[in-house]
Design a protein. Sequence first.
Length: 123
Amino acid sequence: MHEESLVRGLFQQVDRLVEKNCGVTAREINVEIGTLSGVEPELLFSAFKRLVGQSAFPAASLNVTVSLLTACCEDCGSESEVRDFRFVCPQCEGRRLHVISGDSVRLLSVVLELPEPENSGVI
Ligand SMILES: [Zn+2]
């Protein structure tokens, strides 16, 4: 299933981040889903729930931000939001637009749990 492999890929990225930052585990995983990525946030959530128990951060939560589709015009260089999948530049009405965001799933940030500092003074 598409969403499951996406989630596995995200977990690999999170694993690397936890390791790199000497974290204990991950608490929150923030992901951006582009409106044109073809990924349903609902399906991503259910795949996450199914798989998170097998990961190194079973208590982590997933936050999803849906990003709008934006494109850059090759004729005049202006960037604009694409509405209703109309690939027409609002500045010059050119039709040679290329998508710059909103067509993929990206890991935005991860909230890590760091090791307790020694002698933190809290009892
Ligand atoms: Zn243009």
